[in-house]
Design a binder for this molecule. Structure first.
Ligand code: 9D3
Length: 250
């Protein structure tokens, strides 16, 4: 899969792609990431990418020409030419909120282009006539779309078959399962007097699986009850949740 990322701060991306899972994915040939400086596509002497808003008011707006030219240049079409069926995603606060489902959707494309917004925003014509989608990563204010672009790439790349060493992709992940994860423990069995739950030391794998399922349900019920409405529950799951509701469960 190939990502093209358009940004006015290309240097922000160096560490993330030279480290960690993304570096491995690139080395193994699953992933290509090309970072493009929007300034390189500005035609004026000073390579200006922003300008004052029509109608006045504070802040700056990203100019349309460098962005249209950058997208066309990267996708290899002449100016004003028809664009190929590559998702052109504008990262902006007004976009649909990024989810695991959107990550999965994007992982089905061979190529995705990401535009990182900056300043107060981008000229509306970019949104309407260039972008095919708009994504936000959540309801908090950042300074631009660069960190969100990294979030999107990481979430998508983990789903590519082979990247995590799992040929079927990251199937066991909690958001993929729809529940929060059960508690994890490692050695020592007692730390500062705090003991690991007995069942995990028992070697009884059926009991351990049952305990983990219940703890995942308990945690989801406590912290993210909204998730419970969206998943398939067994009769045993429902019984346990009913016990939680009635405060009978241990
Ligand atoms: C303080 C400026 N805000 C006025 C109400 C609007 C605003 C414009 C541009 C807020 C943030 C930004 C820059 N942010 C992004 O481009 C961005 C973003 C975000 O801020 N939060 C979550 N996801 C994203 S994706 C892109």
């Amino acid at each position: 899969m190939r990502f093209d990322i358009l940004t006015v701060f290309p240097n922000l991306f160096s560490s993330i792609f030279e480290e960690s899972i993304l570096k491995r994915a690139i080395e193994m040939g699953y992933l290509e990431v090309h970072i493009h400086n929007i300034r390189d596509y500005a035609t004026d002497k000073h390579h200006i990418t922003d300008d004052y808003p029509y109608g006045g008011g504070g802040g700056m707006v990203m100019k349309p020409e460098p962005l249209f030219r950058a997208v066309e240049g990267v996708l290899g079409v002449r100016e004003g030419g028809a664009l190929p069926p590559v998702p052109i995603i504008l990262l902006c606060p007004q976009g649909r909120t990024f989810t695991q489902a959107i990550a999965k959707e994007l992982s089905g494309y061979p190529r995705v282009l990401l535009i990182c917004g900056r300043y107060e925003g981008v000229d509306e014509r970019v949104r309407v006539h260039l972008a095919t989608d708009e994504i936000s990563i959540g309801d908090y204010v950042l300074s631009g779309g660069e960190l969100p672009a990294m979030v999107v790439v990481e979430a998508v790349v983990r789903l590519l078959p082979g990247v995590l060493g799992d040929p079927l992709g990251a199937r066991q992940d909690s958001f993929a399962m729809g529940l929060l994860e059960y508690p994890h423990y490692t050695r020592p069995a007692v730390y500062r007097g705090y003991a690991v739950p007995e069942v995990l030391l028992s070697g009884n794998h059926a009991e351990i699986a049952r305990w983990r399922r219940r703890e995942a349900l308990r945690r989801t019920w406590q912290r993210r009850p909204d998730l419970l409405a969206r998943i398939e529950l067994s009769e045993e799951d429902r019984l346990f949740l009913r016990e939680l509701e009635e405060k009978k469960a241990p």
